[in-house]
Design a protein around this ligand. Structure first.
Ligand code: CAA
Length: 262
């Protein structure tokens, strides 16, 4: 399958445990998110999510820009009615519902919708040259792809408020300190590191990985008591899997487990 604004590739070998790579590819616009790029990313992510050979997804951009935001030139002439009727950015909810783990590998600018897209991933690995920000306020708007909500949940109210109200950019070190990114790596090693991390995740039992992601995500929605009970119920249910027996038997027999996603 070929796309207009992204490149896709499958990494890894074999019938399972592979990684789907999505590379944003609008270099002249610093990967600004327009309607075509939205359509392409959603289609590629859905295809990887449905492919049983794929266990995790990496989304990345170029060295200069993960994405410099939503496409300002496309949005500039739109009216309120245009935006409302098109439910502009509403389609991204599909991406945030991807069941398989998604890692954002961020090099260069991740601004506005670019930062918001990275935050839709399950975690961000940043190159040491990464710059994050929500500069919408400078354009006379506010974040529109979930930034006011996800940034606040990730880094807390004080930092989110400061970044959304000032539009200030932060570097990778500050982003890691405030909890926006999981890890910083040298920019030259970013993609290799992100793919290696995704291959590690994809090597584990797929149903267990999906449930691990679902349980962590429920922490945003449930009380602590309900969340802990939900986790325990899911934990118990894993004892119906062949992969639980295989994982624990392999540990006892001092060998690498051979998971079959069952
Ligand atoms: N939309 C459309 N085009 C963009 C763009 C964007 N968000 N960001 C960059 N570009 C284009 C520039 O217009 C320029 O195109 P031309 O050569 O045709 O002029 C090209 O990409 C290269 O950009 P610059 O010349 O500006 O590159 P730079 O290195 O000097 O600056 C930058 C880089 C600081 C990232 C700067 O491009 C910039 O500030 N971009 C906009 C950042 C921004 O405001 N993002 C938020 C967008 S609104 C949003 O995202 C809403 C939401 O919540 C979803």
């Amino acid at each position: 399958m070929s796309y207009e604004t992204i490149l896709t590739e499958v990494k890894g070998e074999g019938a399972r445990g592979r990684v789907g790579l999505i590379t944003l590819n609008r270099p002249k616009a610093l990967n600004a998110i327009n309607r075509q790029l939205t359509e392409d990313v959603l289609a590629a992510a859905a295809a990887f999510d449905a492919d049983p050979a794929i266990g995790a997804i990496v989304i990345t951009g170029s060295e200069k820009a993960f994405a410099a935001g939503a496409d300002i030139k496309e949005m500039q002439p739109q009216s309120y009615t245009d935006m409302y009727l098109a439910d502009w950015f509403g389609a991204w909810e599909q991406f945030s519902r991807t069941r398989k783990p998604v890692i954002a590998a961020v090099s260069g600018f991740a601004l506005g919708g670019g930062c918001e897209l990275a935050m839709m991933a399950d975690f961000i690995i940043a190159g040491d040259n990464a710059k994050f920000g929500q500069p919408e306020i400078k354009l006379g708007v506010i974040p529109g792809m979930g930034g006011s909500q996800r940034l606040t949940k990730l880094v807390g109210r004080a930092k989110a408020m400061e970044l959304v109200l000032t539009g200030r950019f932060i570097d990778a070190v500050e982003a890691e300190r405030i909890g926006l990114v999981a890890r910083i790596v040298p920019a030259a090693e970013l993609l290799e590191d992100a793919i290696k991390t995704a291959l590690t995740i994809a090597s584990y039992s797929l149903p267990v990985v999906l449930l691990a992601k679902e349980v962590v995500n429920r922490a945003d929605e449930l009380t602590l008591q309900e969340g802990v009970r939900f986790e325990r119920r899911v934990f118990h249910s894993l004892f119906s899997l062949e992969d639980q027996k295989e994982g624990m038997t392999a540990f006892i027999e001092k060998r690498t487990p051979d998971f079959h996603d069952r």
